[in-house]
Design a protein around this ligand. Structure first.
Ligand SMILES: Cc1cc2nc3c(=O)[nH]c(=O)nc-3n(C[C@H](O)[C@H](O)[C@H](O)COP(=O)(O)O)c2cc1C
Length: 173
């Protein structure tokens, strides 16, 4: 089977990770795939903020959890690494650009045997005071909004791709 097609077909969201860390060289490949994504008018105003310290990831999860009133089980699924995708709030294509970059990273991670999951909640609370203060400590510019995050790590169990709705494809010949 075509390698790209096979990679796309076998990727699935992973929500349970082992404690194994991701090699820096693998993380760099994943991020490199992200920056090679398309962006509207090629603006590339995005920022890929990569956390691999468990203290920082869980500290950020706590800030998001408290901003949204979620319970203690909310922990971004305890990933080995977290990529916070943000973009200039004045770029009206910033959110979709971040989505393209996230999918590139998911596919690259999958190719390396690393699981991934989109984590969305920081999108709605990135301007909460405590969340913003952590983002600032990570170097995220204040004019950036968070548009999605990638939880990355080695899957703790079997990952089964979901059925997809092929009826959504409509050729108009
Ligand atoms: C815009 C967007 C937001 C998502 N937010 C979350 C999320 O906050 N938490 C989560 O566990 N999964 C999240 N997901 C993952 C979806 O639930 C998942 O992609 C979907 O169930 C299909 O499964 P698959 O990725 O295994 O194909 C999100 C996906 C997208 C595209």
């Amino acid at each position: 089977m075509n390698k790209v097609y096979e990679n796309i077909l076998t990727r699935a969201s992973v929500r349970s990770f082992t404690d194994k860390a991701i090699e820096r060289s693998d993380l760099e490949l994943i991020l490199d795939a992200g920056v090679h994504a398309p962006s509207g008018m090629n603006k590339q105003t995005w920022r890929f903020t990569v956390l691999s310290s468990q203290d920082k990831i869980q500290g950020f999860a706590k800030a998001v959890r408290e901003a949204l009133g979620r319970d203690e089980s909310y922990n971004f699924y305890k990933p080995a690494a977290l990529v916070i995708m943000s973009n200039d709030r004045d770029n009206h294509l910033g959110e979709v650009d971040c989505a393209c970059a996230l999918e590139n990273m998911f596919l690259m991670a999958h190719e390396l045997g690393i699981g991934s999951c989109w984590i969305n909640q920081a999108n709605v609370c990135c301007d909460d005071e405590a969340v913003r203060s952590m983002l600032t400590s990570f170097g995220v510019p204040v004019n950036h909004r968070v548009y999605g995050m990638a939880a990355l790590g080695y899957a703790a169990g079997e990952v089964v791709p979901k059925e997809k709705n092929k009826a959504a494809i409509c050729f108009v010949d």
